[in-house]
Write a protein that binds this ligand. Structure first.
Ligand code: BTN
Length: 276
């Protein structure tokens, strides 16, 4: 499939006024979404973006879907969303960084999305390290950064926008939420997507220019984990302790019950009750 600059490929049409295919009409970004593919249905936007990255598509190429049949999350988990109610998209990035710095990108993105959601909807998310966005203990956004294609990363973002409780599988209803459920009213996806791309491009460019310091400050403004007791699984081993800081390079600092402090560069965090 060949596309040109700013060409917008849409498969099937819908008469919705909040139509994501209109993205480019008021987009202020410089490079993000200059190539834009929109799918009514896709397997996984991350998979499509990854295939395009392999073919040499440029940084900023954006793949958006209304529905995914094989949406994927972190830790090989599936990511489900009903048609047309979420933002499901992936971007190709080509940062000149070391593999050891890739986890910083996940934090840059989490902080940028939290900021964009806050500015656009007034909802102040809490970030659970590294980059899950929560509101009152329930998750509404997940971010998956994959780096399996040479010289590129694929950044996948899923935001629960207009789901209602019944839209989530029963096993997720106590842990997942959407912006609509939080606000009590429908949220327009198109301006939110524009805002996310806008903030993300600015923060990503700042990161590429000047390093992690600015994104770290922004992450710290939204974090919802420091001071909390957490469990973290790292390579088959589980640690339990208090999250006490974010290192200069983005690692989570965990204080174990005996007082020893460890650095966690990757892993899945779960919040614990203090008496656990
Ligand atoms: C997580 O587990 O929290 C990350 C979820 C990431 C889901 C998004 S939806 C758009 C993109 N395409 C995918 O297949 N996954 C990401």
């Amino acid at each position: 499939m060949a596309i040109n600059d700013n060409e917008h490929i849409a498969l099937n049409s819908s008469p919705d006024s909040d139509d994501l295919r209109d993205l480019c009409s008021e987009l202020k970004t410089r490079g993000f979404a200059k190539k834009f593919l929109h799918f009514q249905q896709a397997g996984s936007t991350n998979q499509i973006a990854s295939d395009l990255a392999r073919k040499g598509y440029p940084e900023g190429t954006l793949v958006v879907a209304e529905e995914q049949t094989a949406g994927r999350g972190r830790w090989q988990r599936p990511w489900h969303s009903p048609v047309g109610k979420a933002l499901l998209f992936s971007l190709i990035l080509r940062p000149e960084i070391l593999p050891s710095q890739i986890p910083q990108i996940t934090l840059v993105v989490g902080a940028a999305v939290a900021q964009a959601v806050h500015r656009q909807t007034g909802i102040r998310a809490g970030i659970k390290w590294p980059n899950d966005l929560f509101y009152q203990g329930k998750k509404f956004c997940g971010i998956l950064v994959e780096g399996n294609v040479k010289n590129s990363l694929v950044l996948g973002i899923g935001v629960n926008v207009n789901q209602e409780s019944d839209d989530f599988p029963p096993q997720l209803r106590s842990t997942a939420t959407s912006l609509r459920m939080i606000k009590g009213e429908k949220v327009s996806r198109l301006p939110l997507l524009r805002r996310i791309l806008d903030v993300l491009e600015e923060d990503y460019e700042e990161y590429c220019r000047s390093g992690f310091a600015s994104a770290r400050r922004s992450w710290l403004q939204y974090e919802a984990i420091l001071g909390r007791k957490v469990r973290i699984a790292i390579g088959g081993q589980e640690y339990c302790g208090h999250a006490v800081g974010l290192a200069e390079d983005g690692a989570l600092l965990l204080r174990l019950p005996q007082g020893e402090e460890i650095r966690c560069s990757a892993g899945e965090v779960n919040l614990c009750r203090e008496d656990e």
